[in-house]
Design a protein around this ligand. Sequence first.
Ligand code: NAP
Length: 317
Amino acid sequence: MTTVVLKRTGQKMPLVGFGLWKVTKSTCADTVYNAIKAGYRLFDGAGDYGNEKEAGEGVRRAISDGLVRREDLFITSKLWNTFHAHDHVKTISKMQLGLWGIDYFDLFLVHFPIALQYVDPSHRYPPEWFGDDGKVHLQNIPMSETWGAMEELVDEGLATNIGLSNCQGSLIIDVLRYAKYEPQVLQVELHPYLTQEALVQLCKTLGIAVTAYSSFGPQSYLELGMGKDSASLLEHNAVGSIASAHSKTPAQVLLRWATQRGIAVIPKSNNHGRLVANLECDSFDLTDSEIARVSALNINYRLNDPVAIDPRMAIFA
Ligand SMILES: NC(=O)c1ccc[n+]([C@@H]2O[C@H](COP(=O)([O-])OP(=O)(O)OC[C@H]3O[C@@H](n4cnc5c(N)ncnc54)[C@H](OP(=O)(O)O)[C@@H]3O)[C@@H](O)[C@H]2O)c1
């Protein structure tokens, strides 16, 4: 199993993709080009990552060099919090497509179930979390309005599949009450310190594919000055001993722990050797007891929580 079939469109989403958050802007085009050359077909971007233009350059070069065709790739992007109003969804998604230099996204996700006041892209892009005064400005836009606009992207061919990110069960269930097109993918933080079993089970029941982000747990957050209050997952004895038993790296075990259960992963690396090794995580199988041993590391440790920015954004409370 190297793909997961998305409900409604039947499109196959690769189980291993490449994450673009914190991919260095100056080398992003080359990184994406070389990732395609190495075999990656899914790229996980977002307006917020500030490197959509560069990622698109890498994609366009790979297509013009004949490495792939557009239809061989699965390109994901996300709607930032400041663009949740009905009319802004279409305008910004068209702008994002223009940055990438493509006609459609294979998947467009609502990045967070948080609506912030609109920031005109000519003023600041990406807008990030804070206004000019350094404060967070919430806006009252219900998810029903945003989701309706996401559905229009499908009708107009701007996004083939649409989904949610950073949402919990109650919100997903509510979206299903009014959705014309159900969310096809949920992208959430998921690693052995935050296994999210109930949420994964809910998605399985509803036919929503799950993509795990931050598969290496605290590792991604160290450069942000976070994630230091728990042991590294990459250096954890339990993960290391399983890796040795299979002659694999701890990173490959952490990725396989997810993909073997049909959960997609999108590891990020600015290093070509690690990027290639991450893609090769599907060349072995863990035993059920090894999967259980990794899952037993769960401590419900969440690294990416907007409550740390502002208590009014406690979306996981
Ligand atoms: N929806 C959301 O809100 C959301 C939030 C966070 C992330 N995401 C998506 O998920 C993607 C992945 O998550 P992430 O970037 O947080 O974290 P990640 O992929 O779990 O970890 C990246 C970190 O691990 C290192 N690394 C990568 N491969 C390695 C290997 N084989 N061995 C050792 N270290 C390795 C990287 O350093 P080097 O670069 O130096 O290799 C980087 O420090 C993001 O890029 C983004 O696309 C989405």
